[in-house]
Design a protein around this ligand. Structure first.
Ligand code: ADP
Ligand code: MG
Ligand code: ZN
Length: 555
């Protein structure tokens, strides 16, 4: 049977060899063993079930989450000379009758259906009437509530399968490999752990970059210019932002299309086709765009906003370079996007446990933006704790040649300043006060009278803001919720204030502040602050003791 599989790979798909994982998965399914295949986006999951469907007698039923995706896959199969059809709500009653008759006559090797179809008696009867070669769960993570795209209807299919009077082999395919999700899929679909096939998650042709503090629109225009005549996707986290960015790019005469769930079906179809067939170079979209879309020559993916978790990020960014050619993934990081994601999480669920879990995933995503570790390695280790650390050599962390420097002194200055400003202001204003910017707002608030005003005047305002953001990412500081988030000190700052812990960060020159004649007053203050804190026998509640410490400093 394997020889036949290899023959079909060539005959129908025109490929000479299998990609990693494909052969093992196909062999397993052909042997009638329930199988879970975990391959990265673009790894070639479709063939893993399409070839067994061709080899085995009967019809394979493929459960697929998106209607648009089914049509594309079925069209592609028909073009390749493979008899396939789909059954979903877009069919007219005439088409439906026609296809059902075809299914009854065993005319199709594959039939794609939406999971909701399993709620129909007529459909279940149809399944009992025909020999089924396999039941396939494409995008199988949709079955798990730990996945990033849970669909209750996916899960309902499981119960219906048990009522069928035949027990076909089950194949589940996904790009999501977190342990929770994989466990869930295996449990629900009765797949043994040893019948799970995971291929390496590294996407060697992709380079990952986190861009901080860039002007997002300028950055996008530059990137588009650099990739003239090449395809790129820009993801935003809201429909409104997609609309606005699309308008902006149109105003700059860029060849762009847009896609989000608020558009009419025809508009979405038109945009998708324009992009897939290279009529529009740039697709501006929400995360509604892309699942199952097989466009291989996407050269870059830009995330305009912070994605909500690493799974979603890797799946979306992974749409770059499916043809194996070098491609780039940029994430444009701005701390206020964290608030936006928190808001979306709050909106998305009422289940407090689920919300907590989403928050914790968001935190891993934020940490990705501030880690100094290789970004490809960070992602792989996120999915597989046992994975070995690598250095991809081309991500923004690997390319960051700056040295890690002890920034404990500057962290203390930042902590003091935040405290002096009453913990009621955001990153920008705090950075301006530390820089000693003499602007109107600062004068109005009398912040130019603070002892911390201009404490860090040897640095650029942006560098100070970067440090504050780094301290936020490392949890020494917290950003409050709300429309105008403010920076506060967290409990993790205490050991730093007490001199028990030092903080390191990769920063630009000048390196850490050195004690000189000019600033020895400042160092004296810092010494007193530290002494005061270590002298405290019983550490009082943090806020109180920071206040005391700061009084000491401003004396
Ligand atoms: P995904 O894993 O994201 O579902 P697809 O099944 O859509 O990926 O496949 C991604 C691309 O890889 C498609 O263009 C497909 O034709 C191609 N592909 C799949 N298997 C092979 C192979 N063995 N050799 C070469 N290209 C392949
Ligand atoms: Mg797929
Ligand atoms: Zn790297």
């Amino acid at each position: 049977m394997l020889a036949q599989a290899e023959n079909y790979l060539q005959k129908y798909f025109g490929y000479t060899s299998f990609r990693p994982g494909q052969k093992e998965i196909i062999q397993n399914i052909l042997g009638q063993t329930n199988t879970l295949g975990i391959l990265p986006t673009g790894g070639g999951k479709s063939i893993c079930f399409q070839i067994p469907a061709l080899v085995l007698p009967g019809t394979a039923i493929v459960i697929s989450p998106l209607i648009s995706l089914m049509k594309d896959q079925v069209d592609a199969l028909n073009l390749a000379g493979i008899p396939a059809a789909f059954i979903n709500s877009t069919l007219s009653s005439y088409e439906y009758q026609h296809i059902v008759a075809g299914v009854q006559n065993g005319e199709y090797k594959l039939v794609y259906v939406a999971p909701e179809r399993f709620g129909s008696m007529a459909f279940l009867e149809l399944l009992n009437d025909i020999p089924i070669s396999a039941i396939v769960f494409d995008e199988a993570h949709c079955i798990s509530q730990w996945g990033h795209d849970f669909r209750p209807s996916y899960r309902s299919v499981v119960a219906e399968l048990n009522n069928l009077n035949q027990k076909p082999v089950i194949a589940a395919l996904t790009a999501t490999a977190t342990r929770d999700v994989a466990d869930d899929i295996r449990r629900l679909l009765s797949i043994e752990e040893e019948n799970t096939f995971i291929t390496g998650f590294a996407r060697e042709n992709l380079s990952f970059h986190v861009m901080k503090g860039v002007n997002k629109r300028d950055f996008i225009l530059q990137t588009i210019k650099k990739h003239k005549n090449e395809a790129g996707i820009i993801y935003t986290s809201s429909r409104k932002e997609t609309d606005q960015l699309y308008q902006f790019l149109k105003g700059k005469n860029c060849s762009a299309a847009k896609y989000h769930a608020g558009l009419k079906e025809e508009e979405r179809k038109e945009a998708q086709d324009a992009f897939v067939y290279d009529e529009s170079e740039i697709m501006v979209a929400t995360n509604a765009f892309g699942m199952g879309i097989d466009k291989s020559n996407v050269r870059y993916v830009i995330h305009y906003n912070l994605p909500r978790n690493v799974e979603a990020y890797y799946q979306e960014a992974g749409r770059a370079g499916r043809d194996g050619t070098d491609s780039i993934c940029y994430l444009l990081f701005a701390p206020q996007d964290i608030q936006l994601q928190k808001f979306l999480i709050e909106e998305s669920s009422l289940d407090p446990q689920k919300i907590d879990q989403e928050y914790s995933k968001l935190k891993d995503m934020v940490n990705y933006c501030h880690t100094e570790k290789c970004l490809q390695s960070y992602i792989i280790e996120y999915f597989d704790e046992d994975a070995e650390s690598i250095q991809c050599g081309k991500c923004s962390s690997c390319l960051d040649e700056r040295k890690s420097i002890d920034i404990t002194q500057e962290a203390l200055m930042i902590f003091s300043c935040i405290k002096r400003m009453g913990e009621r202001f955001g990153v920008t204003l705090t950075a301006q006060v530390l820089k000693g910017s003499n602007n109107k707002r600062i004068r109005e608030m009398n912040f130019n009278k603070l002892s911390t005003f201009g404490l860090m005047k040897n640095r650029k305002e942006k560098e100070i803001a970067d440090m504050i953001n780094y301290l936020l990412a490392e949890d020494y500081l917290i950003l409050t919720d709300g429309k105008y988030p403010t920076v506060k000190l967290s409990a993790k700052a205490v050991p730093v204030l007490k001199g028990q812990k030092r903080i390191y960060m990769k920063i630009n020159e000048p390196g850490p502040v050195q004690e000189t004649e000019e600033n020895n007053e400042l160092f004296e203050m810092l010494r007193k602050l530290r002494k005061k804190i270590s002298d405290e026998e019983n550490v009082p509640p943090f806020v109180v003791f920071a206040d005391t410490a700061l009084k000491e400093m401003s004396r």
